[in-house]
Design a protein. Structure first.
Length: 107
């Protein structure tokens, strides 16, 4: 294998890994957004739209802090007692689910 082939292989793997990371984050935010929508009492159609807004909010910065900032006012407006710790735990749970779902779609 030539050096050029090795470099191309590495670049392809890097691109694939980055695309998968993006998909995992987007799926995580969608699942999390649907969960939050359920908690705040949105109907199915509105919940789908809300989940899309949560996905879009994740594009603001690296990590999920922007997602928490997006949903926090909605949670507080409903008077729900959902701590940031719980929200981060839910994000971790949904990230694991998103990875599983995407890996099963690839296989």
């Amino acid at each position: 294998m030539s050096m050029e082939d090795r470099q191309k292989t590495f670049e392809n793997k890097f691109a694939h890994d980055e695309a998968m990371l993006f998909k995992v984050e987007a799926r995580t935010c969608k699942l999390f957004g649907l969960w939050v929508a359920e908690q705040i009492g949105l109907d199915d159609e509105t919940a789908k739209s809300y989940a899309g807004e949560v996905v879009a909010a994740n594009l603001e910065e690296v990590g999920y802090d922007d997602v928490i900032r997006k949903v926090r006012p909605d949670i507080d407006a409903k008077g729900l007692d959902l701590s940031d710790h719980l929200l981060n735990t839910k994000l971790d749970e949904y990230e694991a689910i998103a990875k599983e779902q995407l890996m099963s779609e690839v296989s």
